[in-house]
Write a protein that binds this ligand. Structure first.
Ligand SMILES: Cc1cc2nc3c(=O)[nH]c(=O)nc-3n(C[C@H](O)[C@H](O)[C@H](O)COP(=O)(O)OP(=O)(O)OC[C@H]3O[C@@H](n4cnc5c(N)ncnc54)[C@H](O)[C@@H]3O)c2cc1C
Length: 317
C-alpha cells in the first residue's frame, strides 16, 4: 500500500485537530505515516500523545537543531525522509510554517507543490478555491512526490483511537540548513480562545465596531469562538494584526463565521468565503457581505450581539 506522510502540529500535548484532519485526508490515499520532529529526549513522550486519527505509524526524529535552526532544519529532515522512503505524497498543514516547509521540501526533492487545498481525492487530485473563493481549481502534481498543504477545517476529522507503531530515525541536519540560528523566541500569548485558523466558529468585527470589540468578544466567548477582525479594524489598531482575516491576513474556513460591522470587501471575503455557514450583522441592508450570507441581521451590532449573547447563554444554562 502506498505511504502518505503527514506533518501536522505534533505538539508536546496532543495531536491537534489539524493533524487529525490531515490524517483523515491522507487515509483516502494510502497508509498514513505521521512525522514527529522532537527535541532530543522528547520524541517518545510526544509520540505517545498521538492517539487519534487513522495513523498507522509514526516516524520520530529527535534533534536539537529543530529549535536552533527552525524551518530550515525541519524542511531538511523532512526532505531526507522523503528522499529515502519515497512516499506517494506529503500532506502538510496549510499555515505559514507548513507552507514554508512544503516549499523547501518541494525544491529539495524536485517535486511539485500545491498549497491551500481544501479537498483531495484518492488519485491525488487536489481542489483549491481561488480568486476569493469564486473559482474552483482541480490540479494534480505531475513531477516527483506530491507535496500538498491542506487548509485547516477542510476535512471532518476521524477521531477514532489509534496506537501507531513507532519508528525512530536518526538523521543529521545538513550544514547548509544551519546557516541561520534562532537566538531567542517568545511563544504568542494565548488567551482562552481557540486559534483563529483552527476554530469551528469565528466571530469577526470590522469598522462598525468603532474600536469597541467588547460585544464581539462577549458573543465569541458565549459560543467558544475565535475572534477575527477586518483590516479596517486592525489597521486602526483596534485589534491585533494576528487576528486579521482576508487576503493579507489569515484564511479561515470555520463551520460558522459571524461578520459584525464588516462591509464585505473582496479582500475580506478572500479569507472567509469558504466558511460553511456565514451570518452577518450589519446596519446597512445594502452591505455587499449580505450577498454571501446564509443568515443576516440588519441592525446595530451593539444591540444585536448582546441580545444574541444573552440568548446563547440562556440556552446553555
Ligand atoms: C491589497 C489590499 C489588501 C487587503 N487585505 C485585506 C484583508 O486581508 N482583510 C480585510 O478585511 N480587508 C483587507 N483590505 C481592505 C478592504 O478593501 C476593506 O477596506 C476592509 O475590509 C473594510 O473593512 P470593514 O468592512 O471593517 O470596513 P467598512 O468597509 O468601512 O465597513 C464597515 C461596515 O460596518 C457597518 N456598520 C457600521 N456601524 C455599524 C454598527 N453599529 N452595527 C452594524 N454594522 C455597522 C457599515 O454598514 C459597513 O458595512 C485590503 C485592501 C487592499 C487594497
Amino acid at each position: 500500500m502506498s505511504q502518505v506522510f503527514i506533518l501536522g502540529d505534533f505538539s508536546g500535548e496532543k495531536a491537534t485537530k489539524t493533524t487529525t484532519e490531515l490524517a483523515t485526508a491522507a487515509a483516502r490515499i494510502g497508509e498514513v505515516i505521521g512525522i514527529v520532529f522532537a527535541p532530543v529526549g522528547l520524541g517518545a513522550s510526544m509520540a505517545a500523545t498521538i492517539n487519534s486519527g487513522p495513523i498507522s505509524k509514526l516516524i520520530v526524529v529527535e534533534s536539537n537543531d529543530f529549535a536552533a535552526h527552525g524551518v530550515a532544519a525541519l524542511a531538511d529532515a523532512l526532505s531526507q525522509l522523503v528522499s529515502t522512503q519515497s512516499p506517494v505524497a506529503v500532506l502538510i498543514a496549510s499555515h505559514a510554517l507548513g507552507k514554508e516547509i512544503a516549499g523547501r521540501v518541494a525544491v529539495e526533492t524536485l517535486s511539485g507543490i500545491i498549497t491551500d487545498a481544501v479537498d483531495i481525492s484518492s488519485d491525488l487530485t487536489a481542489t483549491q478555491l481561488v480568486f476569493g473563493g469564486s473559482t474552483t481549481v482541480h490540479s494534480k502534481i505531475s513531477h516527483g512526490i506530491s507535496i500538498i498543504t491542506i487548509r485547516p477545517n477542510s476535512f471532518e476529522a476521524d477521531n477514532s483511537p489509534c496506537a501507531p507503531e513507532i519508528e525512530n530515525v536518526a538523521l543529521v541536519i545538513s550544514e547548509k540548513s544551519k546557516k541561520a540560528t534562532i537566538t531567542s523566541s517568545e511563544p504568542p500569548i494565548k488567551g482562552g480562545r481557540p486559534e483563529l485558523t483552527e476554530a469551528n466558529i469565528v466571530v469577526s468585527g470590522g469598522r462598525g465596531t468603532d474600536g469597541n470589540f467588547s460585544a464581539v468578544e462577549a458573543f465569541a466567548d458565549s459560543l467558544g469562538a475565535a475572534v477575527g477582525a477586518s483590516r479596517a479594524a486592525t489597521d486602526a489598531g483596534w485589534y491585533p494584526h494576528s487576528h486579521q482575516v482576508g487576503q493579507t491576513g489569515k484564511t479561515v474556513s470555520p463551520q460558522l463565521y459571524v461578520a459584525c460591522g464588516i462591509s464585505g470587501a473582496i479582500q475580506h471575503r478572500a479569507g472567509m468565503q469558504t466558511s460553511k455557514t456565514i451570518v452577518v450583522v450589519n446596519k446597512d441592508p445594502e452591505a455587499p457581505i449580505f450577498d454571501i450570507s446564509d443568515f443576516g441581521v440588519v441592525g446595530d451590532l451593539f444591540a444585536v450581539l448582546p441580545a444574541a449573547t444573552e440568548g446563547v447563554l440562556a440556552r446553555k444554562s
